[in-house]
Design a protein around this ligand. Structure first.
Ligand SMILES: [Zn+2]
Length: 133
């Protein structure tokens, strides 16, 4: 198991290095492979799954591209995802997650697990390309 945890640490390291890019699993794999050419894609993907389960990293869902990953932090993190080009931008807004959690729980008997809110839209560039305002 020692080997596995070392691999996970390396993946975390690469995630931190790539954090401003919100890397996809494929990008994380390519980055890890640069240092350890013997590592398989399956191993990297399995470790990413483990890190997700351990709540070390989180998934940023993407509609028309691959999901992206970033580290879990203390703060709530919100992401704008461009539905056209797949660009991810982090933004600050107090969504009152506690209040939302309470509402969903009381009204819908739904337990909120998300610690972040991701919204879909069009980025400035794509908006211009689409002839938007
Ligand atoms: Zn875009």
């Amino acid at each position: 198991m020692r080997n596995y945890s070392k691999q996970r640490e390396e993946i975390i390291g690469d995630l931190i290095a790539l954090s401003s890019e919100y890397p996809t699993a494929e990008e994380i794999y390519l980055s890890v492979k640069k240092r350890d050419s013997s590592i398989s894609k399956t191993t990297v993907y399995r470790n990413i799954t483990m890190l997700l389960e351990e709540d070390v990293i989180m998934r940023i869902p993407n509609v028309n591209g691959a999901d992206r990953y970033t580290l879990v932090t203390e703060d709530n993190r919100n992401f704008m995802i461009c539905s056209s080009c797949g660009k991810v931008v982090e933004f600050n807004h107090d969504f009152n997650i506690k209040g939302l959690k309470k509402t969903l729980n009381q009204k819908y008997k739904f337990e909120l697990l998300s610690k972040s809110i991701s919204v879909l839209g069009l980025c400035d560039e794509c908006s211009k390309e689409n002839g938007g305002k």
